[in-house]
Write a protein that binds this ligand. Structure first.
Ligand SMILES: C[S@@+](CC[C@H](N)C(=O)[O-])C[C@H]1O[C@@H](n2cnc3c(N)ncnc32)[C@H](O)[C@@H]1O
Length: 197
């Protein structure tokens, strides 16, 4: 059986706003080709069942309650079947995925919008999991503009706390030869990384 699949991942779901956006644009059907007795049977996955979904979005958050708050909207949009929600910290899940070589280079798109002090650790794992040509998006890389503020600028406590982590990530991404990056200056800044090797 040959499968033409697209896999996506989101770290940090909250009530599911960005997850819904990803789910709305993710295909839920693909081509499955059965090879049997010298015959080829191409099949669209929607022909198996309308709710069958080959392309799951692996969505992780430490808090299920917030996800469930937004879930009725995701259901109303008709895309809940595309989501595989896992409650808990993302890191152990990533470690498990990385351990299995089959998962290497298997994700097309990954969006990270969670604990900023872990982004650099996520990147070490995600770069293995995303395919060459695939994208990783890191949210909040302008971090309230604080990444260009003078070191002694007055900043809110939590902005100051995470600033060094965001700066460390930005510097690491800028010199990582495995990716090409661009910063989209909308909202709090999203860095898109395309894996090139
Ligand atoms: C800014 S919110 C995500 C917003 C969401 N992407 C959206 O656009 O609506 C950050 C989320 O990251 C989650 N989070 C924090 N630490 C996490 C971790 N270690 N693993 C997974 N999720 C985490 C929080 O529970 C919170 O819901």
């Amino acid at each position: 059986m040959l499968i033409n699949a697209k896999n996506t991942m989101e770290i940090g779901v909250y009530t599911g706003y960005s997850l819904l956006a990803t789910a709305l644009v993710s295909p839920d059907d693909g081509n499955i080709v059965f090879l049997a007795n010298d015959w080829i049977y191409p099949l669209k996955t929607r022909e198996i069942s309308p709710s069958f979904c080959l392309f799951k979005i692996l969505a992780m958050d430490i808090n299920r309650e917030n996800y469930e708050l937004g879930l009725p909207v995701i259901q109303k949009a008709g895309v809940a079947h595309k989501i595989d929600f896992k409650e808990g910290p993302a890191m152990p899940v990533l470690d498990e995925l990385v351990q299995d070589e089959k998962n290497h280079g298997s994700f097309d798109f990954i969006f990270v919008d969670a604990d900023k002090d872990n982004y650099i650790n996520y990147h070490k794992r995600l770069i293995e999991l995303v395919k060459v040509g695939g994208l990783i998006g890191y949210d909040n890389t302008l971090w309230n503009g604080s990444v260009v503020a003078p070191p002694d600028a007055p900043l809110r406590k939590y902005v100051r706390y995470y600033r060094d982590f965001v700066l460390e990530l930005n510097k690491a991404l800028a010199v990582d030869p495995r990716i090409e990056i661009c910063i989209i200056p909308v909202g709090d800044g999203i860095t898109l990384c395309r894996r090139i090797k």
